[in-house]
Write a protein that binds this ligand. Structure first.
Ligand code: TPP
Ligand code: SF4
Length: 340
């Protein structure tokens, strides 16, 4: 009789490597690494079946520090590597790690196609609103007026919202977390992992050296409860120290407004209930910015659909080897010219 030994339960420490971590002291990347290692243990990930893929940047050093397989690839191209990996070996559990420059500047086009295709993997975008590795140039998410080596007089560009971009690109799972919120981040990451298709997670990450405190306007202890809202499917969208504030949908302007329950005739039934399957609600939530509205955190959108890797598999299986297209024939099809 064959005795099947269940795999041993791994702890977050089992996902740590012996590599010297090269991030600056105090960098938010450490907290995210801790949150990811905890998540891997929580979800029962198997190192031999898990791959971390990254592009270039400080965030992109991530694969060295997780004891799984890993690829440190080229700038902005992690989505292409990860897509190829998933198609070649659909059984792999793939996590992509990228910075805001890597994902939205040089890699914006690749991220767009990854999201619209819905390849089954987790995409973590560490947003520190700056290029960390190359010493602090402004990035697509930097706020207007950001002073950096490449914008000494302040940047003019309108910043892009990573989360709005993901929704607009057709992502079917969109969530947000904060590096320092260790209670919340592993839950969001576990939800991302459980989702079939591309799970996009934006993580606000403090760059201690080149953009320190940029998220303080909503993460500082004295303002956090009024400027953050943790959304939960099926629950009213309330926030504030005692949950006394809420979001109401203004049906005339199709916009969200922050209200206080019990004031100006507002009662609990006026508060919008979160429906994570509703892309419109997710888009309204993703657009919110302090001080007028709180920053939305948690799972903003989750509406599973068929993943690209499954579709590719089905397509290949539905054709016989004899039907295999002939690439040589394609190259020689139609009009051809001979160049002397
Ligand atoms: C083709 C190419 N162009 C430019 C660079 C230089 N470069 C390296 S990392 C980087 C941006 C990093 O910023 P981000 O993706 O936000 O990550 P962070 O370092 O902040 O984690 C740039 C422009 C490069 N390595 N390769
Ligand atoms: S430069 Fe910024 S993002 Fe890069 S390791 Fe240092 S603190 Fe972290």
């Amino acid at each position: 009789m064959n005795v099947v030994t269940p795999p041993e339960k791994l702890t977050p420490k089992d996902f740590a490597t012996d590599q010297e971590v090269r991030w600056c002291p105090g960098c938010g990347d450490y907290a995210i690494l801790k949150g990811v290692q905890k998540t891997l243990a929580d979800i029962g990930a198997r190192p031999e079946n898990t791959v971390f893929v990254s592009g270039i940047g400080c965030a992109a050093r991530f694969p060295y520090y997780v004891k799984t397989y890993g690829f440190h690839t080229i700038h902005g191209r992690a989505p292409a590597f990860a897509t190829g990996l998933k198609l070649a070996n659909p059984g792999l559990d793939i996590w992509v790690v990228s910075g805001d420059g890597d994902a939205l500047s040089i890699g914006g086009n690749h991220l767009f196609h990854l999201l619209r295709r819905n390849v089954d993997l987790q995409f973590l975008l560490f947003n520190n609103e700056i290029y960390g590795l190359t010493k602090g140039q402004y990035s697509p998410t930097s706020r207007q007026g950001t002073r950096s080596p490449s914008t000494p007089w302040g940047s003019l560009d309108n910043p892009a919202s990573a989360t709005v971009f993901a929704l607009g690109s057709g992502a079917r799972f969109v969530a947000r977390g904060i590096d320092s919120n260790q209670k919340h981040l592993p839950d969001v990451l576990a939800r991302a992992h459980a989702h079939k298709g591309t799970s996009f997670v934006e993580i606000f990450q403090n760059c201690k050296v080149y953009n320190d405190g940029v998220f303080e306007n909503f993460t500082a202890r004295d303002v956090a409860s009024d400027r953050q809202i943790y959304v939960e499917h099926g629950k009213p969208l309330t926030f504030g120290k005692d949950g006394e504030k809420g979001l109401r949908l203004n049906t005339q302007t199709l916009s969200l407004e922050a209200v206080v329950i019990g004031e100006n005739g507002v009662n609990e039934s006026d508060i919008l209930v979160h429906d994570e399957t509703n892309r419109m609600i997710a888009t309204l939530l993703a657009h919110m910015e302090p001080p007028a509205l709180p920053v939305a955190l948690g799972v903003l959108y989750s509406a599973p659909g068929q993943s690209y890797d499954d579709e590719v598999g089905d397509l290949v299986r539905s054709h016989t080897p004899a039907e295999k297209p002939d690439f040589n024939k394609l190259l020689r099809a139609g009009r051809t010219w001979t160049v002397d």
